[in-house]
Design a protein. Structure first.
Length: 334
């Protein structure tokens, strides 16, 4: 059983958001999901997940806990790597909590988290990709986001970082014909120069990017040869439209000034709770139907399996055992 003293607090630094954004942008070249603002929201959760994994690696290194880094299997996550402890692959299940009232509650009384359900989507759990002795590690990230236009303006005015991104439509991300985007040009209608980055894939489906300074109302030819484009990032909030054109797509794609999303996660605290093996999670878990309200979600989008966090195993003894196994040369689980 988990107790309050078993929770491990990790600090959150801006570099974690930088790392999460870098991974998320690269992954966009290989994945395509929901459209619009809901998709940007989903990407912010990816940023948070990667930030948590980076923080966990830093902690393990500082504490001299041996771990391995294993390439993830799905081809849609070519740059993702899982942590392995004592040769047991670990899946870090992290939850981003952004409601200020909940953040205040947890900071006053972290013990609240012991009653929060540790969730794993049922279809993901049943996919057959995990072994019985693989580990689930459950982590909570407290942080806020600036998703709306007004919130983004407030963040900029307060000197906070933002990462503005516009996601291109499927015709550009996953073109029906895999052809070079010849004579690819960008044009800005902003009154002053603006620097942008575009990212996508080359002929061999490797991730590539290019950074350009767009002068007002001047066409800028892209010298890098892209086959697909997934996103465009602007170094500041555009005040007017930015257009992208290639004869391959016929009509130019115009990006209105109000359609940029902010990927930055303003993290505050990371709380490591506990762990279970895949087999133990199956044994302890109950089903939570889709559409149910929990501490984590106003309404769950899918059916989940859940175990209350107080029924997880503490991480401290696990990290100690892994260290002892390695120092003694004992096989994992020995």
């Amino acid at each position: 059983m988990l107790t309050l003293s078993d929770l491990i607090h990790l600090p959150y630094t801006p570099g974690l958001s930088d790392g999460g954004i870098a991974y998320t942008c690269r992954s966009l070249a290989y994945t395509y999901g929901r459209k619009g603002s809901s998709r940007v929201e989903s990407l912010r959760h990816t940023v948070a997940e990667v930030a948590v994994e980076l923080a966990l690696r830093h902690y393990l290194t500082e504490q001299a806990v041996p771990f391995d880094v294993l390439a993830a299997a799905p081809f849609t996550r070519p740059d993702h790597y899982d942590i392995a402890l004592g040769r047991h692959r670990c899946e870090v299940k992290s939850y981003l909590i952004t409601h200020r009232s909940q953040i205040s509650q947890i900071r006053r009384d972290p013990g609240i988290l012991l009653q929060v359900p540790a969730l794993v989507p049922l279809d993901e759990f049943a996919s057959g990709e995990r072994k019985p002795d693989d580990l689930y590690l459950f982590v909570f990230l407290l942080g806020v986001v600036a998703a709306g236009q007004a919130d983004m303006q407030k963040a900029v005015a307060a000197g906070q970082p933002v990462y503005l991104i516009h996601l291109l439509p499927e015709a550009w991300t996953r073109p029906a014909k895999w052809l070079p985007l010849e004579k690819l040009v960008l044009k800005s209608e902003c009154e002053s120069p603006i620097t942008v980055e575009i990212g996508g894939q080359d002929n061999e489906r490797n991730f590539i990017s290019a950074t350009l300074e767009l002068l007002p109302r001047q066409r800028m030819l892209v010298e890098v040869t892209f086959q697909s484009l997934a996103y465009i990032h602007a170094d500041r909030r555009p005040t007017a439209r930015i257009g992208i054109y290639s004869p391959v797509h016929g009509e130019p794609y115009l990006i209105p000034a109000h359609t940029w999303g902010n990927l930055w996660v303003y993290g505050m605290d990371i709380l490591l709770t506990g762990w279970l093996t895949h087999a133990d999670f199956r044994r302890k878990a109950k089903v939570l139907s889709a559409g149910m309200r929990t501490f984590l979600y106003d309404r769950t989008g899918v059916k989940n399996l859940f175990v209350p966090c107080e029924q997880l195993n503490p991480l401290g003894p696990l990290f100690k055992r892994v260290t002892e196994w390695t120092m003694a040369g004992i096989p994992a689980g020995g």
